[in-house]
Ligand binder design. Structure first.
Ligand SMILES: Nc1ncnc2c1ncn2[C@@H]1O[C@H](COP(=O)(O)OP(=O)(O)O)[C@@H](O)[C@H]1O
Ligand SMILES: [Mg+2]
Length: 313
């Protein structure tokens, strides 16, 4: 098996007393598209900034290829990234922006024009970035990321601010990059915007890993099931064994599949098992994603306990 293109190992970032990224580990497989998913404020951009050597981790490390970003001799030829809220000088044209990057990337004028054409910005070559729409800025960020023809591409919320046609265009672009054997890590807070594109998913919430698997396995979580919390786990496990219920345990509680909540509730009552929560889960993947990340959204709620979903790892 090939080594992973990216390995995040026990990465932690604290800002004062606040832990933005919390002992996070995951890998990105070479030649595949990995969706890096989590609600706003879950720590995606902070993780990517550490990955790209733009921010020092409090602890842990991130490896691209076989070394940390800082140790890559000519990084633009290995990994290209477009981070959220990339800033462009408003007075520069799109071409001017790429020309400024060209010497450090090691490419010439022809490549700058070629890549602008590739991202669909050829008409805006001479237009100043100050007058660009959000979608045009995203495209320019992509052009900058791809300038050095890297094998690994990291995109932070590239669909933000794009209209539906722009989102479809990004999807097709990512697929064409993967078809060339490149590795893509793409973040989003909206599962639906990357679902049809990604091969693997890494889901985080509150800076912590909630789920990492192939998309297919992730979709398997959308089976109908019941989340159960109990202070008497060994009794519940014994009951499940007796009844032959498929039961699994995740960080947020137990999950029992293919049995309805009333059946579980009555059986637990009859067996004298105290239950603290009995929740129907699954159905469709969007709902699973919301349940998985529920309570981790730091822009709103404060409950970080989450809903039991039988997180597979
Ligand atoms: N430089 C910083 N100083 C303090 N807090 C920060 C800083 N950067 C990010 N944060 C906080 O860390 C959390 C994660 O942010 P971020 O990585 O941007 O999340 P995401 O990209 O998933 O929306 C947020 O609560 C954010 O406010
Ligand atoms: Mg972000």
């Amino acid at each position: 098996m090939q080594p992973p293109a990216i390995a995040v190992e026990n990465l932690t970032k604290r800002f004062g007393a606040f832990t933005a990224v919390d002992n996070l580990s995951f890998t990105v497989t070479t030649g595949r598209i990995t969706g890096f998913l989590g609600p706003n404020g879950s720590g995606k951009t902070t993780t990517l900034r550490m990955l790209l050597g733009l921010m020092r981790p409090t602890s842990g490390r991130a490896i691209i290829g076989d070394r940390p970003y800082e140790a890559i001799p000519r990084p633009a030829g290995v990994v290209g990234a477009a981070l959220e809220a990339s800033s462009f000088h408003p007075g520069r044209t799109g071409l001017g922006h790429l020309r400024m990057l060209a010497p450090q990337v090691g490419v010439g004028d022809a490549r700058c024009r070629e890549i602008l054409d590739f991202v669909g910005l050829s008409d805006a070559v001479t237009k100043r970035v100050g007058g660009y729409s959000m979608g045009m800025r995203q495209r320019l960020g992509l052009a900058a990321a791809l300038l050095g023809d890297p094998q690994i591409i990291i995109l932070d919320e590239p669909t933000n601010g794009l209209d539906p046609q722009g989102i479809v265009w990004i999807r097709e672009l990512l697929r064409s990059l993967a078809a060339q054997g490149r590795t893509v890590l793409v973040s989003s807070h909206v599962l639906g915007e990357v679902r049809s594109t990604v091969d693997d998913v890494v889901v985080i919430g509150g800076g912590r890993l909630l789920h990492a698997s192939s998309l297919t396995d992730f979709e398997g979580l959308a089976r109908q099931g019941v989340g159960v919390r109990t202070p008497a786990p060994e009794k519940l496990l014994a009951l499940a064994e007796e009844r032959r219920w498929p039961i699994s345990e995740g960080p947020a509680g137990f999950r029992i599949d293919d049995v309805d909540s009333a059946t579980i509730g009555s059986a637990a009552y009859a067996a004298g098992i105290e239950l603290h929560q009995l929740t129907d889960i699954g159905g469709d993947l969007e709902t699973v994603f919301l349940q998985l990340t529920a309570g981790t959204d730091r822009s709103g709620g404060t409950d970080r306990s989450g809903t039991p979903v039988g997180v597979a790892q």
